[in-house]
Design a binder for this molecule. Structure first.
Ligand code: HEC
Length: 474
């Protein structure tokens, strides 16, 4: 469930609040005594006699925050700088000091916000019941223990069928082809497609892959839809995961590196653009001026600006230092679903449901007061019947590969004049990922079918193909 949806749920009334109290009080009946009165009225008598260690964060406290607070206090929407979705972030608090000090209810800011006759929080809607406040207080007094269950390591992913492949990337040295699968990225030998390594992480669905400019690292953006948005950085030499950061409550999309390899930008299905430090996942910037999924966020050559492309139809040029919107680059003709930056120019190609691919200059328009003017437009490429699903430039910037609908159409265009150079046959389903080999000879394709295909695109010839994972019973 996505956080916005969670927030849109009707707030429980005070009566419904009792039901909620009953359920959170389950198993800690000593904390709360409930009396049924004949007229059908329900009265909750909070009895503050919880024995030490009886309040559970997972069972008692987290559900209260989830229902009443997390809509405004989660990663991506941290009102007052406060995230209330984990014990660590609850303790941390916000702008005005720690939220909670274990063992000392009087010390943190959180309790003061929800207590009293006219509490400041929740900002909108009904105050917490006194009994709920007492549960939180008792939890703090008992040491604010974190009893969140450690997830069982599910082991390496198993496959009953070839997985849908949402992303592909060649390592800059041309050795590996990285393939996003289920809960892992598989590294294949670039020429023979042999499995070389499996990068298994905590993101259920890796959605986007990007090698650092020096090839030493691989960034993976993804998550579990409606649950978490996760960014990972892997070191290629060791196959070690250097970092895995939960940055959002919904999947992260379209990741890119800054030219100096120190920062990462990504889009997301929570409509935000994020810029983070690549060494530790520290959030540097969050841009919230899109009204729909952001499919890609790409640094420009100077590393000082980022372009984001969104299903809200816009390509936005953002100052990467302060998050200022510098300009909207395109005319809002169609949702942007596939988007890529030219490797050596500040040009952005994008495609969407209108099935054309368009190329735009990424710079502030001379007439940026007039949104109707299309002065950054460079050219348009031949249209597809049913929509564009993936785009990729060759490393020399001369070729643009485009996959579209009907399922499986992959074409290669000349970037200079828009001419079609090749149509690659043989796909039996939608293609979601394209990547040119660094020497530009091969184009790798993958998608719905779960098959990686390598084409000699100029010869319009399939060189090899493989399912990148082991499928059980096959
Ligand atoms: C409708 C949105 C909304 C909801 C729901 C909400 N908050 Fe807030 N919260 C805010 C805003 C906005 C701020 C920033 C300060 C302000 O404007 O009062 C804030 C600030 C805070 C702060 C920081 C106060 C400080 O001085 O540093 C805490 C702690 C807090 N909220 C706790 C909670 C708790 C606990 C709940 C649930 C019981 C909750 N909030 C529910 C919007 C909300």
């Amino acid at each position: 469930m996505n956080m916005e949806a969670a927030r849109a749920e009707p707030r429980p009334t005070k009566d419904a609040g009792l039901g909620r109290l009953q359920s959170v009080g389950r198993g800690s009946a000593r904390a709360v005594a409930i009396l049924w009165v004949s007229a059908g009225l329900t009265l909750a008598l909070p009895v503050l006699c919880a024995a030490p260690g009886t309040v559970s964060y997972t069972r008692d406290v987290a559900p209260l925050f989830r229902l009443n607070c997390n809509g405004c206090h989660h990663p991506g929407k941290e009102k007052g700088g406060v995230d209330l979705t984990s014990v660590a972030s609850i303790l941390k608090g916000g702008k005005h000091g720690p939220g909670v000090v274990p063992g000392d209810p009087a010390a943190g800011v959180l309790l003061g916000e929800v207590r009293g006759p006219d509490p400041a929080m929740p900002k909108e809607g009904d105050p917490l019941l006194a009994s709920a406040v007492q549960l939180i207080e008792a939890w703090i007094r008992e040491g604010a223990r974190d009893d969140t269950p450690t997830p069982v390591d599910p082991g390496p992913p198993l496959y009953a069928a070839p997985p849908v492949i949402p992303a592909l990337a060649y390592s800059p040295d041309g050795r590996f082809l990285a393939v996003a699968a289920h809960r892992e990225v598989v590294l294949l030998g670039a020429t023979n497609l042999a499995r070389e390594a499996r990068l298994i992480g905590g993101a259920t669905r890796p959605e986007s892959l990007a090698f650092s400019p020096d090839g030493a690292r691989l960034a993976v953006a993804g998550g579990s839809p409606g649950v978490s948005g996760i960014l990972q950085v892997w070191e290629m030499a060791s196959g070690r995961r250097e970092g895995e950061w939960r940055l959002a409550g919904d999947s992260l999309l379209g990741v890119s590196w800054s030219p100096d390899g120190t920062r990462l930008a990504c889009g997301g299905s929570d409509k935000l653009v994020r810029v983070v430090r690549a060494s530790d996942g520290q959030k540097l910037l969050q841009f919230g001026q899109h009204s729909d999924w952001v499919f890609g966020a790409m640094f420009l050559k100077d590393g000082k600006r980022v372009v984001s492309g969104s299903r809200d139809r816009s390509l936005k040029l953002i100052d990467a230092a302060d998050g200022r919107l510098l300009d909207v680059l395109n005319r809002d003709t169609e949702p942007v679903v596939a988007v890529a930056r030219h490797p050596s120019e500040d040009w952005i190609a994008f495609g969407g449901s209108e099935a054309r691919v368009r190329l735009y200059k990424a710079e502030v328009k001379p007439d940026n007061i007039d949104p109707g003017k299309d002065s950054n437009f460079i050219r348009e490429f031949e249209s597809f019947d049913g929509g564009v699903t993936a785009l990729a430039f060759s490393a020399d910037g001369r070729r643009l590969g485009v996959a579209g609908l009907p399922p499986g159409e992959v074409r290669v265009f000349d970037v200079a004049d828009g001419k079609r150079l090749a149509v690659l046959p043989g796909h039996g389903g939608a293609v979601f990922a394209l990547a040119f080999s660094p020497d530009g000879v091969h184009l790798a394709t993958a998608g719905y079918e779960g098959v990686v295909r390598i084409f000699d695109w100029a010869a319009k010839r399939l060189v090899t193909n493989a399912v990148p994972v082991e499928v059980q019973g096959k």
